[in-house]
Design a protein around this ligand. Structure first.
Ligand code: ZN
Length: 350
C-alpha cells in the first residue's frame, strides 16, 4: 500500500480534481505490475497497473492481489469503470486504503466485487491514504477547493521588512514552493503583495504547469506594468474592469467586496467561482492581511510555514499558527524548516 501511495504522488499537479491513485499487482510477494493515474482524463491507476504486466506474467493476474490507494471507480467517467476491468481480468483479491467518497462510487465498486466473489479488504493504511488525498476528500465532502496558506518567516517571526520585497527562504525552499505552485490549481495574493513584491506567481523552478493566478485588487491599485497584469498566464483580477486587449486576464468585481463586511465576504464568493471552474486546490501566498482573513473566516485546511533562521528585527509580523492547527510534517530543507499544519476543525486526522 505504501508503494501505491508513492506511485499516486507522481500524479500530483496533473490529475486534480481527481484523486491521487496508485495501484500495485502482487503475486506471491512479487510485484508483477504497477501504475498510477498520470493525467486528468487519461487511464486510471488500475488500468496502467494491468497494462504494465509482462507477457510472461500475464497468466498470474487471476491469482494476484490488486492493492489500490482508493476504491476502484464504478462509473463511466472519462474512462470505463475499473471495477469491470478487475472482473474481466479475474483478479481474485482487492485491497484498498479508503472507499471513494464520490457519491458516484461510495462503496458500490466494493459491493459489486464482493457479489462477484472477489475477496476485498478496506482500511489498510486508511489514515495515510486520507492524508495523501486530503485535497480530494475536501473537494468531494465540502464541495470547495482545498485551501493551503503558505508563508515564510524569519527567526523572529517577520514576513518581510516594512514596505519592501524581502526574500526570506533559501534557494532549495524556493524550489519547493514552485513545486507547490505546480501542484496547485490556483494561487492567490492580496493587493499589497502584488504591489510590493511584484510577483509573477508562476512555476519557473520545478517541472509541470503554472496555476491560475488570482490577485485581489478591489480598489484597482495594482500598477499596469505589474507582472500579474502581463497577460502571460490565465489570471483573475478581483477588482474593477480595466481597458485593454486581454486574452487570459479576466476581471471580476465581487458584489460583496464593496459592502461593509468586505473583509471576509469575498472569500466564499471566490471559493464558489473556483469550484465552478473545477479548481480544487488553492494556494494562498499572502500577504499577512489576506492570510489572517482566511484564518478568521475558518476557510483554511492547511498551513505550510517555512521558518528561516535569519533575524529581521522589524517588519510585517507573520500571521501565527491558529488554535486547532495540528503539526503533521516537519522537514529541514537547506537552512529552512518546513512545517505543515492541518486544520483540525476541517479534517479527521489523529
Ligand atoms: Zn477507475
Amino acid at each position: 500500500m505504501r508503494r501505491c501511495f508513492q506511485l499516486a504522488r507522481l500524479g500530483a499537479g496533473s490529475v486534480s480534481p481527481n484523486p491521487l491513485v496508485g495501484a500495485v499487482l502482487v503475486h506471491n510477494g512479487r510485484i508483477i505490475g504497477e501504475g498510477w493515474h498520470r493525467r486528468y482524463g487519461e487511464a486510471h491507476a488500475e488500468v496502467n497497473a494491468v497494462a504494465s504486466v509482462r507477457q510472461a506474467d500475464r497468466h498470474l493476474i487471476p491469482q494476484a492481489t490488486l492493492f489500490c490507494a482508493l476504491e476502484p471507480c464504478f462509473h463511466f467517467g472519462k474512462t470505463p469503470p475499473c471495477v469491470d476491468l478487475i472482473l474481466n481480468e479475474k483478479i481474485p483479491r482487492v485491497v484498498v486504503a479508503n472507499t471513494d467518497p464520490n457519491p458516484l462510487v461510495a462503496g458500490q465498486s466494493l459491493e459489486k466485487l464482493r457479489a462477484a466473489g472477489v475477496a476485498t479488504e478496506v482500511g489498510i493504511l486508511a489514515t495515510e491514504g486520507r492524508y495523501l488525498n486530503r485535497a480530494f476528500f475536501t473537494w468531494i465532502e465540502k464541495k470547495r477547493p482545498y485551501i493551503i496558506l503558505k508563508w515564510a518567516q524569519s527567526a523572529d517571526g517577520y514576513l518581510a521588512l516594512p514596505g519592501e520585497r524581502t526574500p526570506i527562504s533559501g534557494p532549495l525552499a524556493q524550489r519547493l514552493v514552485h513545486r507547490w505552485r505546480a501542484e496547485a490549481d490556483a494561487i492567490l495574493v492580496g493587493t499589497n503583495t502584488a504591489r510590493t513584491d511584484n510577483p509573477r506567481l508562476d512555476n519557473r523552478l520545478y517541472f509541470g504547469k503554472s496555476p491560475l493566478r488570482v490577485a485581489l485588487d478591489f480598489a484597482g491599485k495594482i500598477p499596469p506594468a505589474a507582472h500579474l497584469l502581463d497577460d502571460s498566464l490565465p489570471t483573475w483580477i478581483i477588482g474593477p474592469e480595466r481597458q485593454g486587449t486581454w486574452q487570459q486576464t479576466h476581471f471580476f468585481a465581487f458584489h460583496e467586496a464593496a459592502g461593509i463586511n468586505a473583509r471576509i465576504n469575498w472569500i466564499p464568493e471566490l471559493l464558489e467561482k473556483l469550484t465552478q471552474k473545477k479548481r480544487a486546490i488553492l494556494l494562498v501566498e499572502g500577504g499577512a492581511d489576506v492570510l489572517r482573513q482566511f484564518q478568521e473566516s475558518g476557510f483554511w485546511d492547511e498551513i505550510r510555514m517555512l521558518a528561516n533562521p535569519r533575524f529581521l528585527y522589524n517588519g510585517v509580523p507573520a500571521p501565527g499558527i491558529p488554535e486547532g492547527a495540528i503539526l503533521t510534517e516537519r522537514t529541514q530543507i537547506g537552512a529552512d524548516e518546513i512545517r505543515i499544519f492541518i486544520n483540525a476543525a476541517n479534517a479527521r486526522y489523529p
